[in-house]
Ligand binder design. Structure first.
Ligand SMILES: Cc1cc2nc3c(=O)[nH]c(=O)nc-3n(C[C@H](O)[C@H](O)[C@H](O)COP(=O)(O)O)c2cc1C
Length: 223
């Protein structure tokens, strides 16, 4: 016997069609944009440190928390990561855009980028490279694998500690990264994130129901 299905109202009842693009086909290349442009701090065995800007970065696993950065072997920073197997990902903001660009076009071979940019070294808890004090989030990482892919070698790493700016914690302990005005990089240009377009899961949330409760731990959305 067929049960009569009650028609449920959904958020997409009034969904408008999104227009379809006409496209050119390009040769294979990197077109996954926007991406974060982070300032990665590194150090060698003697304790010399450096900052390199990296856009080829991301999260690869929730548990254990793992990330990657891809670095060209010819970068000055490369041998430092190889020597210590450690790095820190420092998230960037609107205010750090100039510094992010500078650290991506000037080599640390002859320049102390911390000095030139008047950035503050803070001691990390589990790794040798320093944290950048002006970055709202610092992610300490230990390399578990280096994949020699081609132009770039990908360092897969485990996150061993995370530092979150207290300034953006509300009294309930929620972290509001958006208040730090994060910056992204897209096809050669840096952008701010000005408008909220939706929140995680809003496409299936019942009309009128509150947004998904964020966890106090600032580890973002669970995926
Ligand atoms: C926005 C941006 C993103 C970059 N992303 C990467 C990257 O993902 N991997 C990489 O090896 N170099 C990347 N670079 C280039 C290096 O940051 C740059 O060569 C830097 O000067 C190297 O510093 P170092 O010689 O002190 O190590 C990027 C540069 C910019 C400006």
């Amino acid at each position: 016997m067929q049960r009569k299905m009650k028609k449920q109202r959904t958020n997409h009842d009034n969904l408008k069609r999104v227009s379809v693009y006409h496209k050119q086909q390009w040769k294979p290349g990197n077109m996954v944009y926007p991406v974060p442009a982070v300032m990665v701090t590194v150090a060698d065995k003697e304790g010399r440190d450096n900052i390199i800007t990296v856009a080829w970065t991301g999260t690869v696993c929730t548990n254990p928390p793992m990330v990657y950065i891809s670095v060209r072997p010819e970068r000055y920073s490369y041998h430092m990561i190889q020597e210590t197997g450690e790095f820190v990902i420092n998230l960037t903001t609107r205010e750090l855009t100039y510094a992010t660009d500078y650290c991506g076009v000037v080599s640390g071979r002859q320049t102390d980028k911390f000095e030139v940019l008047k950035l503050t070294r803070q001691r990390a808890s589990k790794v040798k490279p320093p944290l950048i004090g002006e970055s709202p989030v610092n992610i300490e990482c230990k390399v578990s694998q280096c994949l020699k892919l081609g132009s770039h070698h990908m360092f897969l790493a485990e996150v061993v500690s995370v530092h979150i700016s207290e300034q953006y914690m509300d009294p309930k302990g929620k972290f509001h990264l958006e208040q730090a005005q994060p910056m992204v990089y897209s096809h050669g240009t840096y952008y701010g994130l000005e408008h909220v377009l939706g929140t995680f899961g809003y496409s299936v949330r019942k009309a009128g129901s509150p947004a998904r409760k964020k966890r106090n731990q600032p580890s973002g959305t669970k995926k």
